[in-house]
Design a protein around this ligand. Structure first.
Ligand code: PRX
Length: 634
C-alpha cells in the first residue's frame, strides 16, 4: 500500500439548499436500494436513454462468467450516441468543445462542426483501409484532433489504442506490437511548458522497431521540421482536404459487445495489460455516472483536466460529456504555465461550472498560495471533483475553501481503468467527509473483506472487492484472457468477486476510505506504474544485474519511485551512472517512471524462494514496521 494517512472520519460537509434543489438525484439511499433490488432492470432503464439500432434481448449474460456480456443482441455505436443523435436536435448548434492551446491558440466546435470533422476523418480512415475490428494506435497531445481521431475510430468500428503522449518510443513500440496496429495517428509535436515535445520523432523510432505500421497520419500542431516518409506518412490536413474526406459518413452498426478500445495499464508483471472495453455497456455506465455524480445539465461547462490518453479522459472527456450533450473544455498544456494561475484563468474565461482534476494537481497548485486563484472570478463553479489517488484532507479543504469558496461540494470519485467509470463516489446531495469517496454508485456492490472473504468490521483494513458485475467492467485483457481471470477473479474465485488491488476501510457510517494499492502498483502523480515495469527497465541496462523499485510517499506527487540496483561484476557505482540510468528509464518507459532516487546495493532482501521483499526496503525508507521477516533469506 502506498500512501497512508489517518483521516478524521467525523468531519461532515452538508450540501446547501441550492445544491440539493438542483440535484438530479435527491435521494441516494432510495435509489441505491432500488438498484440493488433489481440491478438488471436498473441498468436496462439507464440504457433506454441511449440510441440502439436494435434493442438487446438479454440485459446480462452470466453463462460464461467472469466473461460477462451486457445488453446481449443490442446493436449500437457509441459515436452515434455522442454525435449523430445530437445533430438531429437543437444541440447541433450547441458548443461541444472549447479548446485552448498552451501557446494561446483557441478553437471551438459546435456539435455540428465536431460531427462533420469526425465524419471526414472516418472517411479518411476508411480510405486507408481501416475496417471494423482493426486496431488503430493514437499518440498525441491534448488537441481536438485527438478526440476526433478516437471518435472516428469508433464510428467506423475500429478499436483505438491511445498511448499517452508522455510515454517513450519503447513503451509506444510495445503497445503497437501488442495491438498489432497498422495505422497510427500522431502530431508533429506538443506544447508543454513552452517547449515542444517532439512526438513525431518518437513515433519514427517506435515504427522503426515495429514496422507493422503501414500508415502514419500526422496532425500539424507545432510546425517544427519533421521527417515524413513517402508512402507511409501523411499530413492530416492534406488528407482532410481530399474529396475522400466527405463530411457525411454512415456510422457502423456495432454489436453491444464489440470492442471499442484497448487501454494499456500497469499491473503486477512487467508487461502492461491491454484493458478492453466495448461499445454497449461502457456507454451506459459512463453516461449515467457522469450525469448523476456531476449533475450535468445543458447550462453546464464541464472541465475534466485529465489527459484523453488515460481512462479518465477516455470516459469523461471523449465520450460521456458528448453523450450527455454537454459543453466541455480541453486545455493543452501545463497548469502553471506561464504562471500558476493558468487554470484559474481558464475557469474564469470560459465560465466553467464543474471542474474535475487530481489530488496531485491540487497539491502542486496549492503550494503557490491563495493569491493566484483569488485574482480570478471563480463564481461560475458549482461543483468540483477529484480522482486518481486518495485526496489528503488538507488538499481537500484548500480546494473546497479557496477554489470552491465553500459553495462547491467535492465529488471524490474512486474507480480504475478496468471499471470504466465511477464506482465509489458521492452525488451532490450526499453529505461529504474529506478524503472519502463516500458510498458506492447505485447498481454497484462493493465491500472490504479479509483474506477469507469475510466482511471487515468498520475501521479495519482489507481488500476492496466488487461483488457483482456492472455494465462498464473490462471484458478481458487483450490477447490474454487467462490473465484477466487470474488477476481479477482468482483471489475469491468461489464467490466470483472482482479484486480491485486496493486496500480500503469502511467507517461506522458506511463511508469508504481508500488507503492505496496493495499490489505492486505505484501511483506517481496519479499515474499508474508497476514496480516490475521500472525494474525490468533498469535491468535492461547493461550495468544492472538486479533491481527493486518501491513507491515512497511524497507531499505533492502522492508517491515517488526509489530504486535499488545491484550492479554487474566489474561495474563501479558512480553519480554519472545514476544519471545514465535515469536517462535510460526516460527512454524505456517515459519521464513519469524516472526514479527520484537510485541507490546501489550489494544485495536485495529476498524471500527464500527468491522474491524481492519490497516491503522491507520500503520500511527502511519510511520507518514503517518491517513486518514478518520469517521468510527473509538474508
Ligand atoms: O488505487 C486506486 C487509485 O487509482 C487506481 C486506479 O488507477 P487507474 O486505473 O490509473 O485509474 C485512475 C483513474 C480512475 C485505483 O486502484 N484511485 C483512483 N481514484 C481514487 C483512487 N484512490 C483513492 N481515491 C480515489 N478517488
Amino acid at each position: 500500500m502506498s500512501q497512508e494517512f489517518a483521516p478524521p472520519t467525523s468531519e461532515w460537509y452538508y450540501p446547501s439548499e441550492e445544491v440539493k434543489k438542483r440535484a438530479i438525484i435527491g435521494d441516494y439511499e432510495a435509489l441505491y436500494k432500488q438498484a440493488q433490488g433489481d440491478p438488471e432492470a436498473f441498468w436496462a432503464e439507464q440504457a433506454e436513454n441511449l440510441h440502439w439500432f436494435e434493442r438487446w434481448t438479454q440485459v446480462l449474460d452470466r453463462s460464461n462468467a467472469p466473461f460477462y456480456k451486457w445488453f446481449v443482441g443490442g446493436k449500437t455505436n457509441i459515436a452515434y450516441n455522442a454525435l449523430d443523435r445530437h445533430v438531429k436536435t437543437w444541440r447541433r448548434n450547441k458548443l461541444a468543445l472549447i479548446w485552448e492551446g498552451e501557446n494561446g491558440d483557441k478553437a471551438s466546435y459546435s456539435y455540428w462542426r465536431l460531427w462533420r470533422e469526425v465524419n471526414k476523418f472516418a472517411n479518411v480512415l476508411k480510405s486507408l483501409g481501416v475496417k471494423k475490428g482493426d486496431r488503430v494506435t493514437v499518440y498525441m497531445g491534448r488537441i481536438p484532433e485527438l478526440m476526433i481521431a478516437m471518435l472516428a475510430c469508433a464510428k467506423v468500428g475500429a478499436v483505438h489504442s491511445v498511448v499517452y503522449g508522455g510515454f517513450s518510443e519503447n513503451a509506444l513500440a510495445d503497445r503497437i506490437e501488442d495491438a498489432q496496429s497498422r495505422v497510427l495517428i500522431t502530431t508533429d509535436g506538443a506544447w508543454l511548458r513552452g517547449n515542444i515535445i517532439k512526438l513525431k520523432d518518437i513515433v519514427d523510432e517506435a515504427v522503426r522497431r515495429q514496422p507493422i505500421v503501414e500508415s502514419v497520419i500526422v496532425v500539424k500542431r507545432t510546425g517544427h521540421d519533421v521527417s515524413m516518409e513517402q508512402g507511409r506518412d501523411y499530413w492530416y490536413h492534406d488528407l482532410m482536404s481530399l474529396p475522400i474526406a466527405n463530411p457525411v459518413c454512415e456510422t457502423t452498426v456495432m454489436d453491444a459487445e464489440d470492442p471499442l478500445f484497448i487501454l494499456y495499464t500497469s499491473g503486477t508483471t512487467g508487461k502492461p495489460k491491454g484493458i478492453l472495453h466495448t461499445h454497449g455497456g461502457y456507454q451506459v455506465f459512463i453516461s449515467t455516472t457522469l450525469q448523476w455524480v456531476f449533475d450535468l445539465q445543458d447550462d453546464d461547462r464541464f472541465w475534466c483536466a485529465a489527459d484523453p490518453g488515460w481512462i479518465t479522459g477516455h470516459s469523461y472527456i471523449v465520450y460521456a460529456p458528448l453523450i450527455l450533450g454537454a459543453t466541455e473544455i480541453l486545455y493543452e498544456g501545463a497548469p502553471n504555465y506561464p504562471f500558476p494561475d493558468r487554470w484559474w484563468r481558464i475557469v474564469a474565461e470560459y465560465g466553467v461550472t464543474v471542474m474535475y482534476t487530481a489530488p496531485t494537481a491540487i497539491r502542486s497548485l496549492m503550494r503557490f498560495g491563495d493569491a493566484w486563484p483569488n485574482r480570478h472570478d471563480l463564481s461560475t463553479l458549482r461543483l468540483l471533483g477529484s480522482v486518481g489517488e486518495p485526496i489528503n484532507p488538507e488538499a481537500w479543504r484548500w480546494f473546497y475553501r479557496v477554489i470552491g469558496k465553500e459553495r462547491c461540494p467535492i465529488m471524490d470519485t474512486w474507480w480504475q481503468t478496468e471499471t470504466a467509470g465511477f464506482m465509489i463516489a458521492p452525488m451532490p446531495s450526499v453529505p461529504l467527509k474529506p478524503g472519502s469517496g463516500t458510498r458506492p454508485f447505485p447498481g454497484i456492490e462493493v465491500d472490504v473483506v479479509d483474506e477469507k472473504g469475510e466482511s471487515c468490521a468498520p475501521g479495519v483494513d482489507g481488500n476492496l472487492v466488487i461483488k457483482t458485475p456492472w455494465p462498464g467492467m473490462l471484458r478481458t485483457v487483450y490477447r490474454d484472457p487467462d490473465r484477466y481471470v487470474r488477476q481479477y477473479f482468482s483471489t475469491y474465485d468461489d464467490k466470483g468477486w472482482y479484486l480491485t488491488g486496493d486496500s480500503a476501510r469502511k467507517d461506522e457510517d458506511g463511508y469508504y476510505w481508500i488507503i492505496g494499492r496493495n499490489d505492486d502498483v505505484i501511483k506517481v502523480s496519479g499515474y499508474r506504474l508497476g514496480t516490475a515495469e521500472v525494474e525490468s527497465g533498469l535491468v535492461s541496462h547493461p550495468a544492472v544485474a538486479e533491481a527493486a523499485a518501491i513507491g515512497v510517499p511524497d507531499d505533492v506527487r502522492g508517491n515517488v519511485i526509489y530504486a535499488y540496483c545491484m550492479l554487474r561484476a566489474g561495474v563501479e557505482p558512480s553519480e554519472a551512472l545514476v544519471d545514465k540510468l535515469k536517462e535510460h528509464i526516460r527512454h524505456e518507459i517515459g519521464p513519469i517512471a524516472v526514479p527520484t532516487k537510485i541507490e546501489f546495493v550489494a544485495s536485495l532482501p529476498k524471500t527464500r524462494s527468491g522474491k524481492i521483499m519490497r516491503r522491507v526496503l520500503k520500511a527502511r525508507v519510511t520507518g514503517a514496521p518491517e513486518g514478518d521477516l520469517s521468510t527473509l533469506e538474508e
